[in-house]
Design a protein. Structure first.
Length: 54
């Protein structure tokens, strides 16, 4: 489970959490999951420089 941050520094487990996100009504915090984090392999490689532009 994910911890809810609080201003007092004593975070707690989110009371409502599922596969789409988490919500804490007490602190008004909502987190939404957007899938797995990207890695370097997920990025498109840079195109080689266009040698005709000299």
């Amino acid at each position: 489970m994910t911890r809810c941050p609080s201003r007092a520094g004593n975070g707690h487990q989110f009371p409502d959490e599922d596969e789409s996100g988490a919500h804490c009504a007490e602190h008004g915090v909502t987190l939404l999951w957007h899938g797995e984090p990207i890695t370097a392999d997920d990025l498109t490689p840079a195109a080689p420089p266009d040698e005709s532009e000299e």
